[in-house]
Write a protein that binds this ligand. Structure first.
Ligand code: GAR
Length: 195
């Protein structure tokens, strides 16, 4: 069975969905949840689900991304994951780190890529007058929010939406999309999931 490590920075709701579906269906094994923020609420949620966690605070490393990543890499390698899933992990990874997991690292992004890479995706969709928004799961390459698209989930933008209401609607779609993509990906199926 494929071994899955997941990196988070916050609440970890996507991580919870991934872990819950893996445990319920047995399509893969969650072996580690890691965070750059020791206070990330998702760490306790992962432990409650019986998953080993690790936190490596990025702040003491300042601008030295390579040193932070070296510290984070140790427990990840020890867990021997086949696939690394970024799920609300808010640190940009260096090309060296990304290359180590080339072809086996996924990310979920809250926009319909290639639209709106980076931050504030929902606000940007509203400002552009978009009538639909959504989320994308893609393979991670050294270019931020780039890489082969493995699935997209769409939602309508409603007339009264704020960035917050739109984000909440997109997040529900994320919770469906990420497990749907990972289920296929562990079998080597990279055909895009469209929700
Ligand atoms: C999700 O909306 C995810 O797409 C986004 O952060 C949120 C994390 O929520 N990721 C990014 O913006 C990555 N650049 P969660 O912690 O509840 O899964």
């Amino acid at each position: 069975m494929k071994r899955i490590a997941i990196l988070i920075s916050g609440g970890g709701s996507n991580m919870v969905r991934l872990v819950e579906t893996m445990l319920a269906e047995g399509y893969a094994a969650p072996v580690l949840v890691g965070s750059n923020d020791p206070a990330a609420a998702g760490l306790a949620r992962a432990r409650d689900l019986g998953v080993t966690t690790v936190a490596v605070d990025h702040k003491p490393f300042g601008k030295d991304r390579a040193a932070f990543e070296a510290e984070l890499l140790r427990p990840i390698l020890a867990a021997e994951p086949d696939i690394l899933c970024l799920a609300g992990f808010m640190r940009v990874l260096t090309p060296d780190f990304v290359r180590r997991f080339e072809g086996r690292m996924l990310n979920i992004h809250p926009s319909l890529l290639p639209k709106y890479p980076g931050l504030h995706t929902h606000q940007r969709a509203l400002e552009a007058g978009d009538t639909e928004a959504g989320c994308t799961v893609h393979e991670v390459t050294p270019v931020l929010d780039d890489g082969p698209i493995l699935g997209q989930g769409r939602v309508p933008v409603l007339p009264d939406d704020s960035a917050e209401t739109l984000a909440a609607r997109v997040l529900k779609r994320e919770h469906q999309l990420y497990p749907a993509v990972l289920r296929r990906y562990v079998r080597g199926d990279r055909s895009p999931v469209l929700l």
